[in-house]
Design a protein around this ligand. Structure first.
Ligand code: SAM
Ligand code: SF4
Length: 327
């Protein structure tokens, strides 16, 4: 059996986000409580064999064309490059989102294992602020991780910054300068209500329009035609690269969202903000056939709703935090 993963609104889902662990070496304020969360036991995590099988089935029989590894922090999972090697053997665009702190050690190994693309999350360029935001003194490692990713040959390296009013919104221009200097693409992301502390509010969101206004005071740029990426892209007119804005809150891209999410404990979810899931770990461990796996994932995709409704009265926060969902 072969079928596309299409929801009832006609959206085709081809992008699988795999969280390989719920653990993290950081404790970003907007993502995790200071003391961490109750980590999953090793036996609760999908094994590499299970991840590989589900990926194969979804690529070969359900039209998945891209896989992004995430977490928690994906580089915390032991022998990550072995998993990368297994997945890179499939016909798939393989990428990873990481906090970058260990890339100095891992970038070359991951590139040789077959990882195609890398996104690094970094929300401030100021050391004290970094310590406050991530509860770790690792800004220098992240900056050298970015250099290591560039040196390893990843291109383009994308650096994602979540902007929060009153916290780091005065760094927009500094980020753009860093991007131009290092030859990496900066992408600003609007703050979403998935923070572990429940401190999100609408007026903490630094909007797409504000970001462009601030950027245009210092640089000249023009829009680049948007592909399937959720980022609105802008190219500097002097040819020195581009930057992007992901306006998940003020300009939701739900209409063109093509993502499906697999949590570290084997739940398939049709949306970051979804309240439900299908337990594929139980299916994998219960002897399900490939057809049964496809049918279960297709059913989850079919249940997908129209959009996340952030800011509307009927919006409900999911019970899991961003670190458990994969971002
Ligand atoms: N640890 C990796 C990292 O930080 O890149 C991967 C997992 S992390 C949950 C994935 C992405 O989610 C990161 O770019 C992070 O900045 C983003 N994120 C976490 N909490 C967020 C929030 N409340 N709003 C917007 N983005 C958030
Ligand atoms: Fe860890 Fe990434 Fe969450 Fe920060 S954003 S706590 S690095 S999972």
């Amino acid at each position: 059996m072969s079928r596309e993963l299409i929801d009832k609104f006609g959206r085709v889902h081809t992008d699988l986000r795999i969280s390989v662990t719920d653990r993290c070496n950081f404790r970003c304020q907007y993502c995790m409580p200071e003391e961490g969360l109750d980590w999953l036991n090793r036996s609760d995590l999908l094994s590499f064999e299970e991840i590989e099988r589900l990926s194969r089935v979804l690529i070969e029989r359900a039209g998945v064309t891209s896989i992004r590894l995430t977490g928690g922090e994906p580089t915390v999972r032991a022998r990550l490059s072995e998993l990368v090697k297994r997945l890179a053997a499939f016909d798939v665009d393989l990428s990873m989102t990481t906090n970058g702190a260990t890339l100095d050690l891992l970038a070359t190994e991951l590139k040789s294992a077959g990882l195609n693309r890398i996104n690094i999350s970094l929300d401030t360029l100021q050391r004290e602020r970094f310590i406050e935001l991530t509860r770790r003194d690792e800004l220098a490692s992240v900056l050298s991780g970015i250099d290591a990713a560039v040196d390893a040959g990843f291109s383009p390296v994308k650096v994602n910054a979540v902007l929060m009013r009153g916290i780091n919104d005065d760094e927009i221009v500094d980020f753009l300068k860093l991007g131009r200097e290092k030859g990496v693409t900066i992408r600003f992301i609007e703050f979403m209500p998935l923070d572990a502390q429940g401190e999100w509010s609408n007026n903490r969101v630094v909007t797409y329009n504000e970001i462009l206004e601030r950027a245009s005071e210092h640089f000249e740029f023009e829009p680049v035609k948007r592909g399937s990426s959720p980022a609105e892209r802008f190219a500097y007119t002097d040819g020195q690269g581009e930057f992007g804005v992901i306006a998940s809150v003020t300009e939701p891209f739900c209409d063109s969202c093509d993502r499906i999410r697999l949590t570290a404990d084997g739940q398939v979810r049709n949306c970051l903000f979804g309240l439900d899931h299908v337990d594929v770990r139980a299916l994998l461990r219960g002897g399900a056939t490939d057809d049964e796996l496809v049918t279960a994932v297709a059913g989850e995709v079919d249940r997908k709703w129209a959009g996340h409704a952030i800011g509307q009265v009927h919006f409900l926060r999911p019970s899991k935090s961003m670190s458990q969902l994969g971002g």
